[in-house]
Design a protein around this ligand. Structure first.
Ligand SMILES: [Zn+2]
Length: 228
């Protein structure tokens, strides 16, 4: 290289270095934003409890795994299981309203009947566990007047919580824990956030048995566990 061109070459090298540095900074600035947007979230939700054995076993697993969940309560099932309900609240889980008795013909008989059912369930939760619920899940999905009932709930400060994935403990007869894990994984695919429907009433021992594996799977996939 001729000596005459050396200053020009140095300028060009300096310019390239500056461009490379600027480009590098731009990349590092955007990377964390992409990471946050892609955070995977799952809400574990349990309907129809409390029960003695199943809810107790589920609470043991959640405690061991340090995972919080949301329980939608049937208040007629609280009698004799007050300690279980109190334990769920004390260990940081959210208690929501599901109904007083889960009898659709009574719950959805009229708007007055519907509101009476909600208030009865909420008052039992508040009296026993000392927390005022502000989330609600429709028994049986809500029926034909779901929209009108949802409006009544919103007016009273409730957030209505649906689901977009199921473990299959109500949908698949006599499902094994292995099947419940597989159904959870299959129905959660592509959902963000995942809201997983499960049941903790007395018959659902397989749900309690499947829970450690379900939590392990979603932890392994990098999900963050959320409650309402
Ligand atoms: Zn239910």
């Amino acid at each position: 290289m001729h000596k005459k061109y050396l200053p020009l070459t140095l300028v060009l090298v300096a310019l390239l270095a500056l461009l490379a540095a600027t480009g590098y900074r731009a990349m590092t600035r955007t990377a964390p934003t992409i990471g946050l947007a892609a955070e995977k979230q799952i809400y574990l939700t349990f309907d129809d409890g409390p029960s003695t054995v199943v809810t107790g076993q589920i609470l043991d697993t959640l405690k061991a795994e340090n995972v919080k969940a949301t329980f939608f309560i049937v208040s007629d099932r609280v009698k004799g299981r007050e300690d279980t309900l109190r334990r769920a609240a004390r260990e940081g889980h959210t208690l929501g309203v599901h109904s007083a008795n889960h009898v659709y013909t009574q719950i959805y008989a009229s708007e007055e009947a519907f509101l009476h059912d909600v208030e009865e369930c909420a008052s039992v939760i508040e009296r026993v566990a000392g927390v005022k619920p502000n989330v609600y899940r429709f028994p049986g999905g809500g029926g034909q007047n779901r929209g009108a009932y949802a409006d009544l709930l919103k007016q009273r400060g409730y957030r209505v919580v649906a689901w977009n994935a199921v473990c299959g403990d109500e949908e698949i007869p006599r499902a094994s824990a292995e099947t419940l894990l597989r159904e959870s994984v299959d129905t959660a695919r592509g959902k963000q956030p995942v809201v997983l429907l499960m049941h903790d009433s007395a018959a659902h021992r397989e749900t309690a048995a499947a829970l450690p594996e379900i939590i392990a799977y979603f932890k392994g996939q990098g999900y963050v566990f959320c409650k309402y």
